[in-house]
Design a protein around this ligand. Structure first.
Ligand SMILES: [Zn+2]
Length: 320
């Protein structure tokens, strides 16, 4: 890796793109020095799907004060609001450790979506970078693949969308009646007609009922009430108040004796159903499509955990 990180990245960008590829002229690049986009170009995929890629270089030598951090966050927000891609390329000594700038990117600048990609070039990896944490590639190769549209983001997104409400075969801890517990919501990686299938996975983990608030609770309640008409063994859901948490939250309760079926106990039972996909076919885990408004916080909650099993896939950037 070259001593000057800006030069290193510039070289890699030019090698990644065809000679005649149109670079956006410097005077049209976003941001203000020293925190300015250093390269911008359109992806080489067909017109309609082409995306403008903005590259921001952050070398180890940079020190960010509060004002600089705010400037970078505003720049990020502007690029994201235009639905363009911001690629932050930062320099690190060690691929597994973040220096101050890396910590800022990780904690404050990074956004988990299709408009933000962070590539760390670490000295201990000879300046190579990775999107999955294990396979390291030369930066120019990564940028070339990005330009070709071979690297894409998949994962839960913000906004109103179709997600899957999960219902689990269960029994009441109190009255021992068999019941079908509404556990929460998962984000499928594709839309298919029949969810009793091995052809789909959900991203990272279940979002338990208690995670939902505001308008979503009413939508979930209404939806569940409709399901109960066809199947009275399904648990009604309602807002409960917890003395311990001093807060109210959405929860399922037994249709016979009304005993509460909290996340924690439903979660313990649920683990048994995640060992293989059989639970999808034998009706232990049933999914229904529901439209909900997914906030940034909910997306973050899904991304903060990972249920490693056949039911799930990890959200993030992938090479196809
Ligand atoms: Zn009961």
């Amino acid at each position: 890796m070259k001593a000057n990180f800006y030069e290193f990245v510039a070289q890699q960008v030019f090698r990644a793109l065809p000679v005649n590829w149109k670079h956006i002229p410097v005077e049209k690049l976003l941001g203000k020095p020293p925190y300015q986009i250093s390269h911008a170009f359109n992806t080489g995929i067909n017109e309609g799907k082409s995306k403008l890629i903005n590259i921001l270089v952050l070398p180890l030598s940079v020190t960010l004060d509060k004002e600089a951090e705010n400037q970078l966050i505003r720049l990020r927000d502007y690029i994201l609001s235009r639905k363009c891609l911001l690629v932050v390329i930062s320099e690190e000594e060690n691929s597994g450790l973040h220096a101050d700038t890396g910590i800022f990117i990780s904690e404050d600048l990074r956004v988990e979506n299709e408009y933000f990609l962070w590539l760390k070039c670490a000295h201990d990896q000879g300046g190579r970078t990775t999107i999955d944490g294990t396979n390291f590639l030369d930066l120019q190769v990564m940028l070339h693949e990005l330009w070709k549209g071979k690297i894409a983001y998949s994962g839960p997104k913000e906004g109103f969308q179709q997600v899957n409400l999960e219902i689990m075969k269960d029994s009441c801890w109190k009255c021992k009646q068999e019941m079908s517990t509404v556990t929460g919501v998962v984000f499928p990686d594709k839309q298919i007609r029949n969810w009793a299938s091995a052809n789909w996975k959900y991203y990272n983990c279940l979002l338990p009922l208690s995670g939902f608030s505001d308008k979503n609770t009413a939508l979930i309640q209404q939806f569940v009430n409709q399901l109960i008409v066809a199947d009275p063994a399904i648990t009604p859901v309602s807002i409960k108040y917890s003395q311990t948490l001093k807060d109210s939250y959405l929860a399922a309760s037994c249709p016979s004796c009304h005993a509460l079926r909290g996340n924690h106990y439903a979660g313990e039972k649920r683990i048994n159903y995640l060992f293989d996909l059989e639970s999808r076919f034998d009706g232990s885990l049933v999914y229904h499509t529901i439209g909900l408004n997914i906030t940034k916080d909910l997306v973050q909650e899904v991304l903060s955990e990972y249920e490693a099993c056949e039911h799930t896939c990890i959200s993030g950037w992938n090479r196809s």
